[in-house]
Design a protein. Structure first.
Length: 255
């Protein structure tokens, strides 16, 4: 058995447009799950270790199977058991490789995708700031945009979460300056790690920036799921030496 990021494999069918269709069927079994979609995404499976080869209930084969070990497997197959755990990856000709009764997923089976830099709480700003305008103009445009209503923010975040999931994303590193996205994360099918972002150049405000971040982190850690997170700094040029020292000390102490 091979280790996979976020313990998930996604079955993706790539087209030039890379458009995804609506979810047709979704089945959950505890923390493990798989999805059956039409269009670009076929299935999503949980991968757990150690693997158990008992109660194999389904095989899935595809044109090209990526496993993160070696070259892609042409016409590769995965076998899953009754709790959706992938228990074996098979090459054509291996014992157990049998397309009779197995589901064919045209395209590729690939490891679940990771979005390592996300700002879910800013989803409502999509399309409202010109691209390639540079940092100065970006900040100017951002400050000129009035805050959207809470309901529209929540809807935008929910749509963004669903869009990431539907294209095979299974793990998200999300940057948060507030708690508005916490509820969306708690209900998400994906796994999130939240970076509570701190910034500020005024030395006198370093302690308050740190303490407000710790309060947000405590709120995050009270969620029923997706409560993993830590403090983080925006950039070396946007923090004071005092804030840098305070946050770095905290990270060393909390691991």
């Amino acid at each position: 058995m091979f280790a996979m990021p976020a313990n998930t494999l996604a079955v993706a069918r790539f087209k030039e447009s890379f458009r995804h269709e609506h979810l047709q069927n979704k089945i959950k079994t505890g923390a493990s799950f798989y999805r059956i979609l039409s269009g670009n995404l076929c299935c999503l499976f949980s991968v757990d270790a150690p693997a158990c080869k008992q109660n194999i209930v389904k095989g899935y084969y595809t044109d090209l199977l990526f496993t993160l070990k070696g070259l892609p497997v042409q016409s590769g197959m995965v076998l899953v058991n009754d709790d959706d755990t992938i228990v074996e990856v098979l090459h054509p000709g291996q014992d157990g490789y049998d397309i009779q009764g197995a589901m064919y997923c045209p395209g590729w089976i690939v490891p679940g995708f990771i979005n390592s830099h996300c700002h879910l709480e800013l989803s409502h700003l999509e399309g409202k700031i010109p691209a390639h305008s540079g940092l100065d103009e970006f900040i100017e445009h951002l400050s000129s945009i009035r805050d959207a209503e809470l309901a529209s923010k929540q809807l935008a975040m929910k749509k963004a979460d669903q869009a990431m999931s539907e294209v095979g994303t299974v793990f998200v590193g999300d940057i948060s300056n507030g708690s508005s996205s916490f509820g969306i994360k708690a209900d998400s099918s994906m796994t999130y790690h939240t970076f509570i972002e701190r910034f500020g150049l005024h030395r006198s405000k370093a302690e308050s920036a740190y303490e407000s971040g710790k309060a947000l982190l405590k709120e995050l850690q009270s969620l029923r799921r997706n409560h993993a997170g830590n403090l983080s700094l925006h950039a070396p040029y946007s923090v004071s030496e005092e804030l840098l020292s305070r946050v770095c000390t905290d990270l060393v102490q909390t691991g």
